[in-house]
Design a protein around this ligand. Sequence first.
Ligand SMILES: Nc1ncnc2c1ncn2[C@@H]1O[C@H](COP(=O)(O)OP(=O)(O)OP(=O)(O)O)[C@@H](O)[C@H]1O
Ligand SMILES: [Mg+2]
Length: 462
Amino acid sequence: MTPEQFLELARVLPEPLLLVSGEGQLLATNQPVTDMLGLRRQELREIMLFELVSEPVNDIVKYLQACSSSRAMVIGSLTFRKNDGQTLICRSQGAVIQPWSPESSALILLRLENRNLASSNFVLLNEKIDELGKEVQRRKQAEEALWKANQELEIRVEERTTALQETLNELQLTQTQLIQAEKMSSLGQMVAGIAHEINNPVSFIYGNLHHAHKYTQDLLTLVQIYQQLCPNIPPEIQDKVEEIDLDFLIQDITKLFQSMKVGTERIQEIVKSLRNFSRLDEAEFKQVNIHEGIDSSLMILEHRLQTRHEYPEIKVIKKYSQLPNVTCYPGELNQVFINILANAIDSLEASANNGQRSAINPQTTDNQEFAENNPKIQIKTELIDQNWIEVTIADNGLGINEQVRSKLFDPFFTTKAVGKGTGLGLYISYQIIVEKHNGQLSCFSVPGKGAEFVIKIPINSV
Ligand SMILES: Nc1ncnc2c1ncn2[C@@H]1O[C@H](COP(=O)(O)OP(=O)(O)OP(=O)(O)O)[C@@H](O)[C@H]1O
Ligand SMILES: [Mg+2]
């Protein structure tokens, strides 16, 4: 390319372009170069490149050599002295457009780029990057804040759920206690009513029995006096004496009155027990004899202990020790005795049912046979030390396996058929013993051999 051809081409290009020889002679420039350096075109003619720049001549020569021997663009930096005395740092991209030959020198095209402009672009770019960086940071922070808020929300939802669950549990507990209290209080009311109704006529009978006996004795004495004073009695009277077997009657009537007396006394005792049991609605704690509570509970269940056509009699073995009176809620303790005794009876009845089944398909174990034939409940009381008493209620029924035992005191846990058990008996008993009396309630069992419930309560728990 000749300098003329170059000028022709460079005229239309907006970037500053220089055409130099391999030795550094300026051959041509375009308008943007003169504008950039503030020189006229003539001032740039016939001068060497290093006359325009402040870099050492050697450096310039080396740069141009590198440009003429490389096929790629060679990047350099040139510091121009402007017309107004200021310096202008340019980045230059040099490329050979005509290699050196023996006939002519190499021609190198230099494309200049104002570094100041570039760096201001760079500054703009940097600012943009910076802004973008900040935006990214802001978004990250917003995302983090959102994540935190979400986390807090989740924690609050969890807390709220836990609080709701607790309220639900409390409500269920209150509900179960109400159900049980209602059940027991209506039983108590019924028992109290019956006891009252029976008590009046029984007192009436018992009170008159003594007079009836005395009057009968008086009449018999009168008959005897008659017999002594009038030995020749008319035949009608003699016939009647024989008919009624007077001698036997005289002997038997005393026994009769005696057994009537024992019978009414027994009824009176039953009434006393029923009244004792019906203290259920007494909310206050009292000093009571624990044995009376157990006995009145047994009295309530008496009908289930006797022989019934499908079940043999259940023997109750009492091993009572000398116990001090215990300060407690007597009605509620009776409720515990009733629950545990009723469970024992249920288990013994189930064992008897098993026996009937195994009679058809005889595969009974020794122990089961023993329980079927000798169903029994043993109640033992003991003074453990000066502060504690223990009541043990054991049966030789079906027993409790480990799986059932672990859920025994859970509300609504039952293995009984629908309508037979609500699964509240032991749950309520546990609440009464442990929470109301600061006592302990535990269960021991060898499956197939029976179960034992141990109640420990402080003598002065409340
Ligand atoms: N003496 C026992 N022998 C064998 N299993 C027992 C005995 N006592 C309790 N259980 C088992 O424990 C379960 C729970 O007893 P709990 O008294 O709480 O409820 P339930 O008797 O089923 O019903 P509810 O007493 O409310 O009428 C019973 O269903 C039974 O499986
Ligand atoms: Mg029960």
